[in-house]
Design a protein around this ligand. Structure first.
Ligand code: NOJ
Length: 555
């Protein structure tokens, strides 16, 4: 599907890795398929449920709030939404700690609210992707409470990763693995089960201690998740975002992690995970309407990412290499060429993303302030010109920056386990209207669960609606233009020779996308064609200002 070829003139320095990418791309003559599945070129809007819109006025976003704001999303021009977990949960990791996978947490509404929101989304032509959390449950899940009440070796304990400790009396964790959120990845059961009068076994949690890892070697676990998939597919969801998709299987010997940043990570990306996705692929195919799943898989290379989207596995995998690239034309070029080469190997399309609820918002990553915003708009314009699908994170269409959340307001378990600032700063509730918090987040005056900054008064949806030069209008225009000029065009990408500090890509023979990451205005290649859209003001004399991207139509 996606294809990549090299620069037609020797203008820019190409790396050895790029040569490999070009050699790997063999499918030059694949015809453009006008009946491609919807998810291959869609734009999905990520809703972090507790921070999007509050329908009942308790200061926490909910499903009714999402439904009320669907017309806003339809106007924005997205194709689908991904909603982060809204299932029953003690909320110790804001829903990524699920205690009942088949119900809606009362904090967010009810199953009836969900059905109503789903129906309204479909009526507006918006597909709905829900989050599935298969790596771990909440420690309040009935399976885990049963495991705690049962003896070592019992069927109940076999659903999780329980082990005896090492050292004298089993007082040390079974291995040296660390939690992603900080601290050891093991917690010892105190007492344990009814007949146990001493400290007991340890259980594995790659995240918070309230998120025990499931034992995917146990077929009962796989059966349960297939049933959960069907539960939501039967309700009509269009797809799933698979949390920690690369994590499910841990080697049975639980070998220690070797020291050093580059040492292999025994807990991630084990070959057995792919068998799970082959089974899920078959289930998705049983349903009509092109149901899909997107992997959250933090893998080492584009090639290992692409293994999750082989023809008989999942449909999309987030390209976190794009999100992690620094502000540099060379870095962007390497990611684009390596990604397109990797996905073409498995005949799949790429899935681009710049921000989500786990990372610092990209306006801030690119330097913050006016410069950060200019770069963020340039990067998103470049991203949306690339072949494949893209995800945008709520609030990026308003140009929101990361917020410095004070320690007393922080809720992210990362902060409590590691002392690091954590992820709350990208999760501050959306400002909709008005000149002071809660900025129309809910129907009344209840302050949202995280405080919103005073500067956001100029960034509300209402304020930006009224300003034709706002970031919101820019996103609407880009999404509308994308629909108009990229629908059905070739996925073949050619890297053009271009000025230092810039990256110029030609898509088929229809579109040229250029980004200037350098510090000087750069000449636009002569072959670029007619200007279609730019992320900032253009210079009249055929040059692209720094921190700006533009699309040109070659026809
Ligand atoms: C990835 C999710 O995006 C993140 O928010 C969560 O904390 C971890 N997985 C654990 O579920």
């Amino acid at each position: 599907m996606s294809r990549i070829s090299g620069p037609r003139q020797g203008g820019s320095v190409e790396t050895a890795r790029f040569d490999i990418a070009v050699r790997l791309a063999w499918d030059w003559n694949v015809p453009i398929n006008s009946s491609r599945p919807w998810w291959q070129h869609s734009v999905c809007y990520q809703i972090y449920v507790r921070s999007f819109a509050d329908g009942n006025g308790d200061g926490v976003g909910d499903v009714a709030g999402i439904e009320q704001r669907l017309p806003y999303l339809a106007d924005l021009g997205i194709d689908s939404v991904w909603i982060t977990p809204f299932y029953t949960s003690p909320q110790l990791d804001h829903g990524y700690d699920v205690s009942d996978y088949r119900d809606v947490d009362p904090l967010f509404g009810s199953l009836a609210d969900f059905d109503s929101m789903l129906g309204r989304a479909h009526a507006l032509d918006i597909r709905v992707i829900v989050d599935l959390v298969p790596n771990h449950t909440s420690s309040e899940h009935p399976w885990f409470t049963a495991a705690l009440a049962s003896a070592p070796g019992s069927r109940e304990r076999e659903r999780y990763v329980f082990r005896d400790g090492s050292g004298r009396g089993g007082a040390k964790p079974p291995n040296n693995w660390r939690s992603i959120f900080g601290g050891p990845a093991w917690t010892r059961v105190d007492g344990g089960h009814v007949d146990d009068d001493g400290p007991g076994q340890w259980y594995l949690h790659l995240f918070d201690a309230s998120q025990p890892d499931l034992n995917w070697w146990n077929p009962e676990v796989g059966d349960e998740f297939e049933s959960i998939l069907r539960f939501w597919l039967d309700r009509g969801v269009d797809g799933f975002r698979i949390d920690v998709a690369h994590g499910l299987y841990k080697p049975n010997d639980l070998v220690d992690k070797k020291r050093g940043d580059r040492a292999p990570m025994p807990m991630w990306d084990q070959p057995e995970v792919h068998e799970v996705y082959r089974r899920w692929h078959k289930i998705l195919e049983e349903y009509d309407g092109q149901r899909m799943a997107v992997a959250e898989a933090w893998t080492d290379t584009p090639e290992s990412m692409a293994r999750y989207i082989r023809a008989d596995e999942l449909q999309q995998a987030f390209n976190f290499h794009w999100l992690s690239a620094k502000w540099s034309a060379a870095a962007f070029r390497d990611v684009v060429t390596e990604t397109l080469a990797a996905v073409s190997l498995v005949d799949a399309t790429a899935t681009w993303v710049l921000s989500n609820h786990d990372v610092v918002r990209h306006v801030t990553r690119y330097g913050g302030g006016d410069k950060g915003l200019a770069r963020a708009k340039a990067a998103v314009l470049m991203m949306l010109g690339l072949p494949g699908s893209a995800y945008i994170y709520q609030g990026e269409e308003l140009g929101l920056e990361q917020v410095a959340v004070l320690p007393e307001h922080r809720e992210d378990p990362t902060y409590f386990r590691s002392g690091e600032v954590g992820r709350d700063g990208c999760r501050v509730p959306i400002p909709w209207s008005g000149s002071e918090p809660p900025y129309g987040f809910g129907p009344g005056d209840a302050q949202p669960w995280l405080p919103q900054p005073a500067e956001w008064k100029d960034l509300t949806v209402e304020a930006q609606e009224a300003d034709p030069d706002s970031t919101l209008h820019f996103y609407r225009k880009v999404l509308a233009t994308r629909r108009e000029v990229t629908t059905g065009i070739s996925d073949e990408v050619t890297v053009l020779g271009s000025a230092p500090g810039t990256l110029a890509l030609r898509r088929g023979d229809a579109l040229v996308c250029i980004i200037n990451c350098g510090s000087r205005p750069a000449k636009v290649p002569a072959e670029a064609g007619r200007l279609v859209i730019s992320s900032g003001p253009m210079h009249g004399n055929g040059t692209l200002p720094p921190d700006t991207a533009a699309w040109f139509a070659t026809a």
